[in-house]
Design a protein around this ligand. Structure first.
Ligand code: FES
Ligand code: FES
Length: 213
């Protein structure tokens, strides 16, 4: 019977020594030739001109800045609220060239030269916009967090109705959409209100549109 050749036998201790030596050699090699330092390029940026509430602004912005952040963080117009930042709540609604838009879902650099109207540009505490006054009259809010977005959206909705833009609730696409509770609720469905002021908001909008709630 063959006997094991002692010269070929590696003990567990020998194996550990060999492993530790090889790890040390690898570390030393890595230290001797360190990888090139990471160069962090500045984020791409651009100059953007916007007319906000009738005033011209030129902003130097990181290209990834949303319109919402440009308004709140750069122009300090904090009336426009950040709710979800994902296009799901409508708190950030503003009017862009007269059309309502979720400011959190669009980049400021996409709107060079655009006219933006925020809640601060609709009216003032001494001279409320008719929609603001109607919200007050009809208790169209409680905590008020969603309210700037609701009011901007409501102004946009009445303009859509005036222009005959149909909605999912419009029965006859060839006829002018009617001022109805169903139309208003459908068109305002992207503006959430955790306080549940929905029916009062519809009353306020109906009054401004000259209809009956
Ligand atoms: S913050 Fe823009 S939709 Fe919610
Ligand atoms: S008034 Fe509170 S969330 Fe609408």
């Amino acid at each position: 019977m063959d006997t094991p050749d002692d010269s070929l036998t590696i003990s567990r201790r020998d194996l550990m020594i060999v492993g530790a030596a090889s790890a040390a050699a690898t570390t030393a090699a890595a230290q001797a030739s360190p990888a090139a330092p990471a160069v962090s390029a500045p984020p791409p940026s651009a100059q953007v001109s916007l007319q906000v509430n009738g005033k011209a602004h030129i902003l130097a912005l990181d290209n990834r800045t949303t319109l919402l952040d440009a308004l709140r963080e750069h122009l300090h117009l904090t009336g426009t609220k950040k709710g979800c930042d994902h296009g799901q709540c409508g708190a950030c609604t503003v009017l862009l060239d007269g059309v309502r838009i979720n400011a959190c879902l669009t980049l400021a650099v996409m709107h060079e030269g655009a006219q933006v109207t925020t809640i601060e540009g609709l009216g003032t505490p001494r001279k409320l916009h008719p929609m603001q006054a109607a919200f007050v009259k009809h208790d169209g809010y409680q905590c008020g967090y969603c309210t700037p977005g609701q009011i901007c959206s409501a102004v946009g909705v009445l303009d859509e109705l005036r222009r005959g833009v149909p909605s999912h609730a419009t029965g006859d696409l060839m006829a002018r959409p009617l001022l109805s509770v169903d139309e208003l609720r459908e068109r305002m469905s992207g503006n959430l209100c955790r306080c549940g002021a929905y029916s009062n908001i519809v009353d306020a909008m109906t009054e401004v549109a000259g209809g009956r709630a």
